[in-house]
Design a protein around this ligand. Sequence first.
Ligand code: WT7
Length: 635
Amino acid sequence: MSNYHIKHLEEYFQVYRKSVRNPESFWEEVAEEHFVWRKRWDKVLSWDFNKPEIRWFEGAKLNITENCLDRHLPTKGDKTAIIFEPNDPKEEAQHITYKQLYERVCRMANVLTEQGISKGDRVCIYLPMIPELAVSVLACARIGAIHSVVFAGFSANALATRINDSECKMVITSDGSYRGAKTIDLKGIVDEALKSCPCVETVLVAKRINSEVKMQEGRDKWLQPLLDHAYQDCSAEVMDSEDPLFILYTSGSTGQPKGMVHTIGGYMVYTAYTFKNVFQYRDGDIYWCTADVGWITGHSYIVYGPLANGATTLMFEGIPTFPDSGRFWQVVEKHKVNQFYTAPTAIRALAKEGVEHVEACDLSSIKVLGTVGEPINEEAWHWYNETVGSKKSPIVDTWWQTETGGVMITPLPFVTPTKPTYATLPFPGIQPALMDEQGHEISGNQVEGRLCIKYPWPSIARTIWGNHQRYKDTYFSAFENMYFTGDGALRDEVGYYRITGRVDDVIIVSGHNLGTAPIEDAINEHPAVAESAIVGFPHDIKGNALYGYVTLKDVGESRDHNNLRKEINQLISDRIGPIAKLDKIQFTSGLPKTRSGKIMRRILRKIASKDTSNLGDTSTLLNPEVVQEIMDNAL
Ligand code: WT7
């Protein structure tokens, strides 16, 4: 088991050095010793960041589900693979063993095949956090279909955009979903979306809330009866290492969401290897990541990474505040969770509720705490460390992205000494670089710059579905021969990294990655709106919240601004989803622009953050007078 499990700092440095000196042989060893392949690779890595083209384990054949399921059956068949904790604590939790999961995946895979899905077809999965979600993901992988999971909080419009972009033939959904005390009509949202999705032939509907839904003859089918008749074994499709495993959409700074494509071999190796080390997972541990499988965190660290290690992974259907704000801690106590992985926004929200909820529960099972999705502030870090972790459980502040597939910069618990708000050191195989705006690498410590990665790692996304040029432009054009992350970072005196936040027009709200352009597009659809600009501003709980500056077409016309605000937020909610709603909307007679017509967001950002002491250079503005007006009326 050389290298696979790093246990102390000395060993980390040793492994890291090796991974950088000879990445190919390093990754080859990991791939060789810890996974089952149908055929070995011909070449470990070929790459060219200029094209860009990256291939790992080329020529190798495998099926990722054999690594996540089949190979565990002889030794771990009766071990729990998934614990399902329902929205309502009164409903019984489910413990699904590896053998049961294997059978459920096989049945589902057979249903997919029977319904006309084969290798390479795209299947959209729009499900709540119920076992069928993990089962559907794995069933696609079993037969070589490409899954595209869309977070079930997205609107009909956002769903339709994603279905059409990758031309999904099928949608898997449920009648509805539970969200705390509420239910959501998922099937209704799908029906609405499919009005504009001619590519979809079949909709499979799981029953979750037993609501009455309309079933469209010929297109919609109840899932359960099909599963009941399906055979419980299904041979795995033999796939190429570089065949796509899934598409997952992420917001960009402009226009359409980007369908990031991840391929099988490298993704499997990297997510499994990081899972083991980032959480120091030991056999018998109960691991819980509170993310939704609709995000990359759920793909990599609820489904694939844990299952590839034969771990027990908990899937939670509910929300942190139902039935009360103690729910997370109650679930930890109930299932004796050993590794707990959540987002800073959740930590801040729960910290606000006081310590009583935490103290009411026995959290002694916790060994490791994790955080992901946005920079964690000092206060939240200490609260997490002291109140939840009793200063005994190291916090792994894991920095990574949808595009990176797995964790990139992180402490290893009990290995790397932690430092509040620092993601600390690169994972083996990851070669970060800080760049200045002129495109030079900044060497040495105690420096700050734009965060890039110099060398490929196995789980880097290979392209944007249907738009390789955009992939190149977004990630490989800002700095020569480097992957550009879009984040800024600083490196302290010992070489620890701290992520300072996005340097582009992406805003992270409650850990959700939101592009400004799609939100502005939605606002501009309002008949009264001439133009708009969105910026982020600091928010106690969400990290950032959205501030919109809106100019109206007919300034003379008096309109009820509060009504307009409601209409604008409704539009955003319809087009994107409630997560993208604006906290503040300021109506203004104009937006500050450069002479070339570019909106000066820097100024708008400062005003929204109430940081107007130094607005920087406004001399290049076409309309400097508008800045004063915006400042006078700032919300
Ligand atoms: C962006 C990626 C990775 C899964 C969830 C988000 C921010 C992520 C951290 C962290 C500071 C972080 C970055 C990154 N981010 N983790 N530990 N510290 N910032 O995936 O939606 O693709 O967002 O999230 O800005 O670029 P994503």
